[in-house]
Unconditional design. Structure first.
Lengths: 224, 92
């Protein structure tokens, strides 16, 4: 393999894409795989045991199962959405998967998540963070759908969907930070809130940085 | 499309209002879950238990390594004391 090939801009671009998407895909699949045991509807799961009182509420329990199923759908459908190959060669996959994503987020994932934020782990600040996340996830998906379906503004659609996906991915990044802080001997609640804030703010910042690097008029992306 | 969007906004509003009402009800009754309470009695997540076990001193492999007799390296011979005789020309 020649050095010219290794350092060509196309190879570097491919490598950077691989470095970015490979862990995201792997961890997303792992997250979906980890949610599967919950569908045995066994209440003796560690996550549910800490919320035994909530689990007895029919509304919360229903929202929980619907939310994790919707989350799995979102994560899986979103993985195909940023592929330029699919967008160019197999546009129908992009359209169908996108419609599923929008339907699941707007009608199922965000509302059930929003209801559950009122009982989320942590204090007032953590609940507020979850609420902002759910609202922004809903709003960015809404705008992403409207800009494509109604306005036919596909550049704005791309930017709004990057924002939406960054919020969907907090489920993945949160677990990475949570596990990382576990080794720092932090108390569970400090670890939880820190991982939550870093995952939400970090993902939002990465999304904004990607959008900023792809546009000349950054502030206009919020109004289109 | 308009119906779908309107429905989604409505569902979101209902979820928010219902959540707020439900939470305030629980707060009034004093049954709102407090996560600050120690949760030590609950079983740990399997993944974390696995990591903790690896560093637990009661782990048989760690105990075995602790009980292993430590080999003491033989001490080096101390440097000989300085003596002018060692540097004498005639070796007297």
């Amino acid at each position: 393999m020649s050095a010219r090939f290794l350092y060509s801009p196309k190879t570097v671009q491919w490598l950077s894409l691989l470095l970015f998407w490979f862990p995201i895909t792997l961890l997303s699949l792992l997250l979906v795989y980890n949610t599967l045991p919950y569908f045995s509807f066994d209440r003796n799961m560690p996550f549910l045991e800490t919320r035994a009182a909530l689990y007895n509420k029919v509304v919360w329990r229903t929202c929980f199962y619907i939310h994790i199923a919707a989350g799995a759908f979102c994560i899986l459908t979103a993985l195909t959405q940023f592929s330029s190959w699919i967008l160019k060669k197999r546009k129908k996959i992009h359209v169908v998967a996108g419609k599923i994503y929008v339907f699941v987020v707007l009608l199922i994932g965000a509302p059930t998540g929003f209801y559950m934020t009122f009982f989320a782990e942590g204090g007032f600040a953590e609940r507020a963070c979850f609420m902002c996340m759910a609202l922004f996830w809903f709003y960015s998906t809404y705008r992403g759908f409207v800009t494509a379906a109604r306005d036919k503004n596909f550049i704005a659609h791309k930017f709004w969907m990057i924002r939406s996906y960054s919020m969907a991915l907090t489920a993945v990044t949160f677990r990475i930070y949570h596990l990382f802080f576990f080794y720092t001997d932090m108390s569970h609640l400090t670890n939880y809130s820190l991982a939550l804030w870093i995952s939400v703010c970090g993902n939002a910042l990465v999304a904004e940085w990607i959008i900023y690097s792809q546009t000349k008029n950054y502030f206009k992306t919020f109004t289109t | 499309m308009k119906t779908f969007l309107m429905t989604s906004v409505l569902v979101m509003i209902i979820a928010g209002v219902y959540g707020a009402v439900d939470m305030s009800k629980e707060m009034n009754q004093g049954t709102l879950i407090d996560y600050h309470e120690p949760l030590k009695h609950l079983p740990k997540a399997k993944s974390l238990a696995h990591f903790e076990l690896r560093f637990d001193k009661r782990h048989p492999r760690i105990q075995a390594s602790e009980n292993k007799p430590v080999k003491v390296k033989s001490h080096r011979r101390a440097n000989p004391e300085f003596s002018t005789e060692l540097f004498s020309r005639g070796g007297e």
